[in-house]
Design a protein around this ligand. Structure first.
Ligand SMILES: [Zn+2]
Length: 101
């Protein structure tokens, strides 16, 4: 199975990866909200067909749960929303993560 390689446009194209500033800004927004809440500034949006189906930031400190990383919270939101699996399957290449400090 091919691995994503940011420096290889052919590999990125094969995985249908592309940079999307709007989606990255959405992930940054989640990171910013996390930072303002005293969390490590990491945000995540899960995207399917260019639509954000879940968004979250780190929530480790508030929940005192060391696994409450942005991406885990984001995936849990999918389950909480009872989003049909077919709506998010294939979204694995559309996980947008950001962090800044
Ligand atoms: Zn993480």
């Amino acid at each position: 199975m091919a691995e994503a390689d940011d420096d290889d446009p052919d590999a990125a194209a094969a995985l249908n990866l592309k940079y999307d500033d709007t989606l990255m800004q959405a992930a940054f927004s989640e990171a910013r909200t996390a930072l303002e809440a005293g969390e490590v500034p990491i945000g995540c949006v899960l995207v399917k067909d260019n639509i954000v189906v879940a968004a979250a930031g780190n929530d480790v400190n508030r929940t005192k749960n060391p696994t409450a990383h942005a991406e885990i919270v984001c995936v849990n939101k999918i389950f909480e929303q009872r989003t049909p699996v077919e709506e998010v399957s294939g979204a694995r290449n559309n996980l947008v993560l950001s962090h800044f400090n």
